[in-house]
Design a protein around this ligand. Structure first.
Ligand SMILES: [Zn+2]
Length: 153
């Protein structure tokens, strides 16, 4: 076997079509290319070891090397260009929803005392979330904007 050949495909001697080089049977006609799957796998490992950098990315069932396309989109930059304001990422909405969950439980018509307790717990968590999101996060994200808005209002 020629380990220096980087090709992942081989021409089947039986049907003449291209098939995966390190799979023991031809994919098109089933012709046995390797004496066993174990041998094909061992040959593949030996072939990979010769040039591990690109060859470690493929499996022996592949017929092509993976193509890396840089398709990362910077949505923040795009939104800025289009004049759309995106609020900064924040975990506070989860806190607010957690508080709303207790407030919703307090809405169930059960005995008054547990309802009041649930309402207080929910209200505290809810307000904590709102304060965290609006006051802490916003002033950290927009330090000058926050100071200016205080002057204008
Ligand atoms: Zn074949």
């Amino acid at each position: 076997m020629d380990v220096s050949n980087p090709s992942l495909v081989v021409e089947c001697p039986h049907c003449g079509l291209m098939t995966a080089r390190f799979v023991d049977h031809c994919r098109n006609c089933g012709y046995k290319l390797w004496p066993s799957g174990v041998m094909a796998s061992a040959a593949f490992k030996a072939w990979q070891a010769v040039d591990p950098e690109p060859r470690s990315e493929v499996s022996r069932f592949d017929t092509d090397y993976p193509v890396h396309i840089d398709d990362v989109v910077d949505y923040e930059a795009r939104a800025h260009k289009l004049g759309i304001h995106i609020s900064p990422p924040s975990n506070w909405p989860f806190t607010i929803c957690f508080g709303l969950f207790f407030l919703a439980l307090a809405a169930i018509p059960i005995a008054a005392t547990p309802r009041i307790v649930l309402a207080v717990i929910g209200g505290v968590i809810f307000l904590w979330g709102v304060v965290g999101w609006v006051v802490i996060d916003d002033t950290r994200m927009f330090p000058t904007e926050g100071a200016e808005s205080e002057v204008h209002h």
